[in-house]
Structure formats: C-alpha cells, structure tokens
Write a protein of this length. Structure first.
Length: 108
C-alpha cells in the first residue's frame, strides 16, 4: 500500500511539473497531451495493480502485474530509442546536405 502512495506522489509531482512546463510554453501542446496521457496511464496502473495481477495470471503469464508492466515499458523504451535513432540519422543527412549546399554556394 505504501508503495502505491509513494508512486502516486511521484506521478503527481511529474504531472505538476508537466503543467508548469506547458504554462511556460517549454513544451508543445502535442507533447503535453502525450506526456499527460502517459502519466495518467501510469497512475491508473498503480491504482489498479491488483486487477492487473489477476489479468496477467488469467492470461497465463508467470509473475505479477508489475513485472508485466515493466516488460511493456522496456519494449516501449526500445521502440522510442529506435525512433530517435531514425530521427538523428535523418537530421544528419539533412545537415550534410545543407553543408554541401553552403560549401558549393560559397565557391560560386
């Protein structure tokens, strides 16, 4: 029970920081919506952890619900790292092309 309270306090802290960043226009409205959905989903997972435990057991997975949620989180993180790598590669190509154009433009 105390773990759920601690997790709830931490999630509340991040939601407050998120609202503060949105108010200061440090993040875009889309980023705000995505992160708010993420933290609200995390809060729901913390609140309904017992039901998640039962669902995971019903589906035949060994372990408990928190392990299942951690596995999902790791999968999501790997996907995000993959997407970031693609974005960085695209920016690298664009930067190379821009430098090439500037260099050829200066010679003319």
């Amino acid at each position: 029970m105390w773990q759920q309270i601690l997790a709830g306090i931490i999630i509340l802290f991040f939601i407050i920081r998120l609202y503060d960043q949105n108010k200061k226009k440090e993040i875009t409205p889309n980023e705000f919506a995505i992160w708010l959905a993420f933290w609200l989903t995390a809060a729901l997972a913390v609140i309904f952890i017992k039901q998640i435990d039962r669902l995971v057991a019903y589906l035949g997975f060994s372990g408990n619900g928190i392990n299942f949620l951690i596995y999902l989180a790791v999968l999501a993180l790997f996907y995000l790292v993959f997407r970031l790598r693609l974005s960085i590669a695209k920016l690298d190509r664009q930067l190379t092309e821009l430098v090439r154009q500037i260099t050829l433009g200066d010679k003319k």
